[in-house]
Design a protein around this ligand. Structure first.
Ligand code: FES
Length: 151
């Protein structure tokens, strides 16, 4: 049987192998170990609020907590009525940071960058030193209502 449009057995196998390899690459998330985006990039949030007493970590000076309504932001109490808010997007490639070390520092699950609770880089992801300190967001605390406004 002769067919000019039919694939040879060898061509069919070659194309099938490429299709399987492509699907595997997609499943692996483009080779960086991430499936989909990091979800941590984009403009910094503004106008977020939190009732401080609802976040247990914020009862203690120095402990970090993700903002319950938006994990793109972490907050720590720095004094009786003062707070620091930081972006949780890794400054290397934007992966959302984890809060680690008993809530006193950040670590990136992607390439291992680390940041202290002030957002200062303490470990770079590579020899080029690609990570910078975390962006700080403005905060305003109303002690009468216990509401912290961020951004
Ligand atoms: S994205 Fe965080 S270390 Fe690379």
């Amino acid at each position: 049987m002769s067919c000019e449009d039919c694939l040879s057995r060898r061509a069919f196998l070659a194309k099938s192998t490429l299709a399987v390899a492509g699907a595997a690459a997609l499943a692996a998330g483009c080779g960086d170990g991430q499936i989909g985006g990091s979800g941590a990039t984009g403009p910094l949030p503004t106008g977020l609020t939190v009732k401080v007493s609802t976040v247990p970590e914020l009862a203690t000076v120095g402990l970090l907590a993700f903002l319950p309504s938006d994990a793109r932001v972490a907050v720590k109490r720095t004094g009786p009525t003062s707070f620091l808010a930081l972006s949780t997007a890794c400054t290397h490639e934007g992966t959302r940071l984890d809060i680690v070390n008993n809530a006193v520092s950040f670590e990136c699950p992607n390439h291992g960058s680390r940041f202290d609770s002030n957002g200062t880089v303490t470990r770079q992801p590579n020899a080029a030193g690609s990570a910078t300190n975390l962006p700080i967001l403005t905060t305003q605390y109303n002690a009468a209502t216990d509401i912290l406004t961020i951004g």
